[in-house]
Design a protein around this ligand. Sequence first.
Ligand SMILES: [Zn+2]
Length: 187
Amino acid sequence: MQVFFKYIIQLLKANNHEPEKNIEDVEREKQNKELMVKVEQVKELFKSTLIKYNSTSCQCAFPRYQQLISIDCSETRKLFKSVDTEILISLSKPYFERVKSELNNECTNEKWTCLKCGSIYEYGWSDFSIYFDRQILKLVSLKVDIIGKKAITPIPLFLGLEGHSYPYFSNTINVGFSEFEKYIKEL
Ligand SMILES: [Zn+2]
């Protein structure tokens, strides 16, 4: 029913010739397209970064990987997530064996074990409202020698934070793609 009303409203608007609305729609569409391009760019970057990590050791040996996957709003009592973190965790799944965790502090808890070195992580997913959910992956036991460069703060992010409320002092900073690539790929 709601969809039907939306359609009728759109038709009425179209008949009323509302040029400002149309410009807004065009602008929104343009922004959405630009965001999709950026998301695809980050996905490709993370896929090739994970391959790079695993060609010399595994993702566990890289502190900057650990840093990016563990950004967690629940530590700050605010509702935000790092979009880069969400994508990196999702793309990391093939590199882990995932089983049910003994923890139950999240809506979904899983124990992730690195297929290559056996390091153990706790994965969590929770929805804090119908509009907001986030994933988290935290190292519990490291089984490999660190070979990656040190993580730095503020944490550089490309897509950045998204949510309803943000910490007053953020330990993240938005950077351009090439700077982000240099950081995560250690170029
Ligand atoms: Zn590993």
